[in-house]
Design a protein around this ligand. Structure first.
Ligand code: NAD
Ligand code: ZN
Length: 403
């Protein structure tokens, strides 16, 4: 009996558009996207609960926008408000609610789900959309720094299962991604900052000049100065997308996952910290740890290590988390490898902007890195406390003089 060898290629094209005020009826971005189908589009809108709460007129503005272009877009049901944050990935309920709406409204593969939210909502809603009818058209509108510069522009979606991050998920490129920078206006400082760590990550593995840019602008980024934030997001998103386009492995079938530099520890910290930490914050700690490792292995100099740590500290990241002390290093590395399979390939850096991979990990050096991060954090805390006491005392003294 002859064997049948099967080979076919599937091409994906999707734009990542940067804009401001996407639901302004004068803004052509969404109209141009929907016109591409050459038909009237049926659309279900899903909104992150915290985005909806912090922008009270968003739903009415979306309504006005849809009515203005009712020749090409039809909103099939009131917008569904999805619980924002990691909680939506921790249970299957939110995914199921979207699937119920897809079924109830008789949406097919030609219909759109437009998801507006942070990385967690995009991941969970994206998973629902990719699995209903084996995939509807997904339009992503990321609303956090991290979602705009990383999570929202890629091809992955997932929810958490068995206490493990992203255990259930698919690779499913979106129809389009629209990064509206005005969404960031309502973010708190924690979520504005968190995503900057992904820019540091991608600069470290791919682009020395981008790292220098981040270092030079570290104070502007600390202050969330709009122009620097915008450039950081655009360059970071571009580096992520370029990797997906050019790496030859957009669906991560091999053993390498370079974009996950610093992530083996980050994912474990997130699990152990019971979501009391943002993904981006955990990534900053993971980068700091792996940068120590790279230094101990002779891959980066002490000055380079110092620049990496001081860049992230200046931006406002804490580079130690108590969960680091609970990590079972070997098990965590095994879990990281198991997620993808193949040989062990922990992304590492060999100089700033240059990626390498570690096929074995020396646990002793990791422990040394954790200890150093803890000591550095404690001495910083002591130093800050001393400064506070001194400043209180000097104020008290001045008060005495004036009284
Ligand atoms: N799919 C991927 O390739 C990929 C890549 C990186 C990270 N991720 C995932 O992304 C998630 C983290 O994403 P995140 O950092 O965006 O966090 P997040 O989605 O948890 O959002 C943080 C908080 O901000 C709220 N929020 C979102 N936008 C807001 C806005 N404009 N105004 C006010 N509040 C707003 C959210 O409701 C949430 O409470 C993690 O689950 C991570 O695993 C996925
Ligand atoms: Zn990440």
């Amino acid at each position: 009996m002859p064997d049948i060898d099967i080979h076919f290629d599937v091409q994906y094209d999707y734009p990542v558009v940067f804009t401001k005020d996407v639901f302004n009826t004068e803004n052509p971005v969404l109209v141009d996207i929907f016109k591409k189908t050459g038909q009237k589009n049926r659309i279900l809108v899903v909104i992150d609960s915290n985005v909806a709460a912090s922008t009270p007129d968003l739903i009415s503005r979306i309504g006005v926008f849809f009515r203005q272009y009712d020749d090409i877009m039809d909103m099939v049901a009131p917008a569904y408000i999805m619980t924002g944050g990691e909680v939506c990935k921790n249970t299957p309920h939110e995914v199921e609610k979207i699937q119920i709406l897809i079924n109830k409204n008789h949406l097919c593969r030609h219909c759109f789900i437009m998801v507006i939210g942070g990385g967690a909502v995009l991941d969970a809603a994206g998973y629902a959309v990719a699995t209903a009818h084996r995939g509807l058209r997904l339009l992503r509108l990321p609303t956090t720094t991290l979602a705009q510069n990383d999570a929202g522009v890629g091809v992955k979606n997932a929810i958490n299962k068995f206490g493990k991050k992203n255990w259930l998920g698919t690779f499913a490129p979106a129809f389009a991604v629209v990064n509206d920078l005005l969404f960031l206006k309502t973010l708190n400082t924690r979520d504005l900052r968190a995503g900057i760590s992904e820019a540091v990550k991608v600069a470290l593995i791919k682009d020395r000049f981008f790292f220098d840019y981040l270092y030079d602008r570290r104070e502007a980024l600390r202050d969330f100065e709009p122009e620097s934030m915008q450039e950081m997001i655009i360059r970071c998103a571009r580096l992520h997308v370029d990797h997906i386009r050019n790496s030859g492995d957009p669906f991560e079938r091999g053993s390498s996952r370079p974009l996950d530099f610093g992530h083996w520890a980050a994912h474990k910290i997130e699990d152990l910290a019971d979501d009391d930490i943002r993904h981006g914050e955990a990534v900053a700690v993971g980068i700091a740890l792996d940068a120590h490792y790279a230094h101990y292995c002779g891959c980066i100099t002490e000055i380079e290590l110092y620049r990496i740590l001081s860049l992230m500290e200046c931006i406002g990241f804490k580079l130690f988390h108590p969960a680091l002390l609970q990590i079972n290093i070997e098990a965590s590395i095994r879990e990281f490898q198991e997620h993808m399979g193949g040989t062990l390939a922990i992304p590492m850096i060999c100089g700033i902007g240059k990626l390498t991979e570690a096929a074995i990990i020396d646990t002793g050096l990791i422990i040394r890195g954790i200890k150093n991060l803890e000591d550095r954090y404690n001495s910083k805390k002591t130093h800050e406390k001393k400064k506070r006491i001194q400043s209180d005392a000097s104020h008290k003294g001045r008060g005495d003089v004036f009284s």
